[in-house]
Design a protein around this ligand. Structure first.
Ligand code: SAM
Length: 257
């Protein structure tokens, strides 16, 4: 059986046993091959936009002797799917904006009909993905953060739920954070940093946001050297953002036993 990276294994673990899965942007199709080999999924579709990875996915599927259960298709995002073909869609290893664009185009084309579960791993721009889920009534049920080979990854699991909106409003309520920021700021913090990740803060979360703070600090130093009025405005915005992040991290540390 294929041995997955820690990141892909976390994604695989979130896939419901027995689900028919479509892995979009599959590259070498490692994830669907593992899901079939491990018996977690009965069938899978691997979608790839680009020829090189598409060929690699076909080869991986054939080499594993899985061509009858793993269909590899070339196409843009969810276009490779017929509605009703998959229960679970996984998308991993791309930016959050591209991921949300793929989900939105698929939603508009009816490709998400019948899909009950999404497992998403944006490399950056996690906030954009959380916004998309919330806007389209998907309930975020779990999140993980992990470090592998010096990189930090977030993985999200979401389901369709009748009561997604009311559950989400509780999830994105920042009352559990002992902070005096107004509601809007707290909501933004939860969207950016992850509502579950903040409720159960792991070392990787601190590491990620310290790294982000360092990046913002460097940008602020550069902006301080500019005479442009817009630079001063931008710098103020970043300084405020940094202040909020620092307060959140401090509050999470204080809350920890
Ligand atoms: N999902 C795998 C993983 O997480 O290891 C591969 C990630 S790889 C960095 C991103 C893949 O997405 C590339 O193979 C790329 O060709 C593919 N891709 C990018 N845009 C796409 C789109 N619009 N539709 C389908 N695949 C896409």
């Amino acid at each position: 059986m294929l041995k997955l990276s820690k990141r892909l294994q976390k994604i695989a673990d979130y896939v419901t046993i027995g689900a028919r899965v479509a892995d979009i942007g599959s590259d070498h199709a490692m994830l669907p091959v593992y899901l079939l080999q491990s018996g977690r999924c009965p069938s899978a579709i691997a979608g790839e936009l680009n020829r090189g990875p598409f060929e690699a996915a076909k080869k991986q599927s054939a080499d594993a002797g899985l061509s009858s259960r793993l269909t590899v298709r070339q196409g843009d995002g969810l276009n490779v799917l017929e509605s009703g073909e998959a229960d679970t869609v996984t998308i991993a290893g791309m930016g959050g904006s591209l991921m949300s664009d793929i989900l939105e185009a698929g939603r508009l084309a009816g490709k998400l009909e019948g899909v009950t579960e999404l497992v998403l791993q944006p490399n950056v721009g996690e906030e954009v993905v959380r916004q998309w889920l919330l806007k389209h009534h998907w309930f975020l049920t779990a999140e993980s953060i992990l470090e592998e080979d010096g990189k930090i990854y977030e993985v999200m699991h979401a389901v369709r739920a009748e009561d997604a909106d009311s559950r989400s409003s509780e999830l994105y309520n920042g009352h559990f954070l002992a902070l005096s920021f107004d509601k809007k700021v707290l909501y933004k913090v939860l969207m950016q940093m992850g509502p579950y990740l903040l409720r159960d803060p792991q070392p990787a979360l601190f590491k990620k946001w310290h790294h982000e703070l360092n990046k913002l600090e460097r940008i602020c130093e550069q902006l301080a050297g500019s005479d442009l009025a817009e630079s001063a405005v931008k710098r103020e915005q970043f300084l405020t953002e940094m202040h909020v992040i620092k307060e959140v991290l401090q509050c999470l540390r204080t809350d920890k036993p």
